[in-house]
Design a protein around this ligand. Structure first.
Ligand code: KIV
Ligand code: ZN
Length: 512
């Protein structure tokens, strides 16, 4: 396979992905994700929109400092101030890319920009010229390209390349296109723009109609050689094209999609889980490639086929995406060896010091929790404050039944023992009211409360997941116990402790 079949992977998890509600990330969280993306072979990491806020500026700067292999991109509108902010934030990067965009569709130009087409064209050219003063690697995006008139799109693309853009991105900003149509736009641009051989064409698809990956692949088949995407498909509205879907489709269907990427696909599961743990955004169980059921076979016929030959129902191996079956359950008796094995199964390789540090945190956590879940381990790896728990569970008794529900709860709050009794609409509500009574946190919402039975039978362990949200920050807590009420209280307290640490960190970070 020649270099002309190499598809550049441009990951925008930290920019377009982060723009989705509830997915905002702090500096350390972005750095953690950036390191994973870099290690897995992403070619370009779009780290943020530096002019948007001081936090975004610092995140782009931080990623620019820590990334070793990938180019780091900062997004800018067609404004000198945006481009200067990006250039400044990207200074520490070994390889920097300035990504500038402006809308080109009649709808956006008239209503959003309130600019006539000639002005838009001039602004695009001017922004690229300015960006080229800082780096040779300039990308230009025609926002809402799929609803742009062909003649104007070609005119803009030609002028953008002439002004020095090396990558031309044609986004399906509103997820409106269908595969044949999206491919036809690339074919049209390739046929009509005279200097198109001087640039790389890029796909950028949103998933409003569930077609983002299909559209991206159609664009690549038509000649695009860069794919913009996000881990788990997070992004504005219904999200962006999922990197794992694009990459695994190309890997699995080489007969139809004979392209290569630099992605180490065995890191996909780890990247997906780490992102979920950071954002509190779990992927749906039936999500392609990274969903909990993506490699699960439930029906008898399928199981029978799988036992005879795995290829009957499996088109990709779990190992190819880094999914290893594990029955290693960790608890307070687990030692270094088991912890190391578990980390390796989950795709994490830590240096000696980082391992010792993580092991200490694991032991402390295992002392407090009967079962340490994979999600706990992922959270613990990225949470150096995991031992500073302001709230500790002591005891709980619950009254349930048709005569009303209440909870008597005892907690240690900042070192002091406190006890209260609270009523609620059901026993779980009563417990959560008791927690709020002992430690008021009125600005916090509870967007998720979920119970799973870990095993069968009425004595099954209940696994409870709680997600808390406060001013764009989210935190997940999980706990398991044979008593669902105790698991609920512990999961809530665990999530609340995490949220409090995030709150403290953001107060100590300088504001915009
Ligand atoms: O969807 C879009 O058009 C974008 C651009 C800013 C590239 O995200
Ligand atoms: Zn987008």
């Amino acid at each position: 396979m020649s270099e002309k079949d190499r598809v550049i992977i441009f990951d925008t998890t930290l920019r377009d992905g982060e723009q989705s509600p509830g997915c905002s990330m702090h500096l350390e969280e972005k750095l953690r994700m950036a390191e994973i993306l870099d290690q897995m072979g992403v070619d370009v990491i779009e780290a943020g929109f530096p002019i948007a806020s001081q936090g975004d500026f610092e995140a782009v700067q931080g990623v620019a400092k820590c990334v070793k292999n990938a180019a780091v991109a900062g997004l800018c509108r067609a404004k000198a101030s945006d481009i200067e902010a990006s250039a400044e934030a990207l200074k520490p990067a070994e390889r920097k890319r300035i990504h500038t965009f402006i809308s080109t569709s009649p709808l956006h130009m008239k209503h959003k920009l309130q600019m006539p087409p000639e002005e838009v064209l001039n602004a695009a050219v001017e922004s690229i010229t300015t960006a080229r003063k800082f780096t040779d690697d300039v990308e230009w995006s025609a926002e809402d390209a799929t609803r742009t008139e062909d003649d104007f799109l070609c005119q803009c693309v030609e002028a953008a390349i002439k002004a020095g853009a090396r990558t031309i991105n044609l986004p399906d900003t509103v997820g409106y296109s269908i595969p044949e149509e999206y491919a036809a736009m690339f074919t049209m641009v390739l046929n009509r723009v005279p200097n198109i051989d001087k640039a790389i064409l890029s796909v950028h698809c949103h998933n409003d109609m569930g077609l983002a990956a299909a559209n991206s692949l159609a664009g690549i088949t038509a000649g695009a050689r860069q794919a913009e995407c996000t881990i788990n498909g997070i992004g504005e509205r219904a999200g962006n094209a999922a990197m794992e879907e694009i990459v695994m489709a190309m890997r699995t269907r080489q007969d139809m999609l004979p392209y290569k990427t630099g992605i180490d696909t065995t890191m996909i599961t780890m990247a997906s889980r780490t992102l979920s743990s950071i954002t509190g955004f779990n992927v749906q169980p039936n999500k392609a490639i990274v969903g909990a059921n993506a490699f699960a076979h439930e029906s008898g016929i399928h199981q029978d086929g799988m036992l005879k030959n795995e290829k009957t129902y499996e088109i990709m191996t779990p190992a190819s995406v880094g999914l290893r079956k594990s029955d290693l359950v960790l608890g307070k008796h687990s030692g270094r060896h088991a912890f190391k094995k578990k980390l390796a199964e989950m795709g994490y390789e830590l240096g000696d010091n980082a391992f010792q540090d993580a092991f200490k945190r694991f032991k402390d956590l295992a002392d407090k929790k009967k079962t340490v879940f994979d999600e706990d381990i992922i959270a613990l790896l990225g949470d150096d404050g995991a031992l500073n728990e302001r709230l500790k569970f002591i005891s709980l008794s619950v009254k349930a039944g048709s005569d009303g529900q209440s909870a008597i709860l005892e907690l240690e709050v900042d070192g002091a023992i406190k006890k209260t009794e609270a009523a609620g609409n059901g026993p779980v509500d009563a417990i959560f009211n008791a927690i709020r009574d002992l430690f008021p946190h009125p600005d916090t919402d509870l967007p998720l409360y979920q119970v799973h039975a870990v095993t069968g039978g009425t004595d099954a362990q209940a696994e409870v997941t709680v997600k808390l949200e406060e001013k764009g920050r989210t935190a997940m807590g999980q706990s398991a116990d044979v008593d669902t009420m105790v698991a609920s209280a512990r999961a809530y307290i665990y999530a609340l402790n995490k949220l409090l640490r995030k709150r403290e960190k953001s107060i100590s970070e300088p504001g915009p």
